[in-house]
Design a protein around this ligand. Sequence first.
Ligand SMILES: [Fe+2]
Length: 336
Amino acid sequence: MNLFLLLSLILFNELSANEINLFTTRHYDSDTIIFKEFTDQTGININIVSGKSKPLEKRILEEGKSCKGDLFFLADAGRLVSAEEKGLFKKIRSKVLEKKIPKQFRSEFWYGIAKRARIIYYNPKLISLKEIENISYEDLADERFKEAIAIRQSNNVYNQSLVASIIENHGKKYTIDWLKKFVQNFSREPAGNDRSQILSVASGESKLAIANTYYYALMASGKKGEEQQEATKKVKPYFPNQQNRGTHMNISGIGVLKHSPNPELATQFIEFLLAPKVQKHIINNTFEYPMIESVKPSILVETMGKNFKQDNSTNVSSYGKWQKDAFKIMKEAGWN
Ligand SMILES: [Fe+2]
């Protein structure tokens, strides 16, 4: 071997020991600031591969042992469990992560970084607060809400996770019966994204909608244009299940990939994401809820509802466990 080749091999090893490859489904420009901060602090470079969850999952699986990815960042526990079940992740242990992240928001394979609530929205011109006071997701199947509710399609993972949480808490038989009635209460054929459900309530087409909290905050921030910002003024958020287990919570989370060349650095990066300063940066840009208690949600999110009871008893892994069953019974109930 000539000297030049030897040197460049050493140099390459040196370089690859000081970088991590992150596969992510997130599309926040603000994340690049976090990555830069990590590099400044540690000297470790981060290479980003971004895309949608399914194609990224496929790529990681196909590349197998030769996949150079270290980390996979996904939204929704349902997707994290699905990646876990396909054997994409490596088990890691970290005392820092175990201490900082409540048990119900992590597994041995992935860790919740931020939380989101899937809540109810209402148009006070069409339905009074009194009419929905103290309601639970379960009550949305009541006849009094006939043709009132806007919600997106059953193929959406957020909805599958919500239904999975009902299976986890009440069993499949209850959920099948519940779904039959719930679907009767749809105001329109499910279509569009979460923001479009909120817009349907604003326009008066629907009395109620179900959507994740960060979409409302995003619209209210003005980042989606003046029209959507105005729409949020006609719509009020409502946090259900306050009398029982609490409002349905989900996570965005991350895991170390099975064939990660640098699992220690990858773990270090996850720990970095849980630092107060980083958590603050994340939630101020994504409008999610922080995973650690010492950080407060962004002001826009706080004005939606302070100190509401979060469902801290249902383990988010159960959303993955029941995902396929949930989808099946949703379809069978006529939820398109
Ligand atoms: Fe989303």
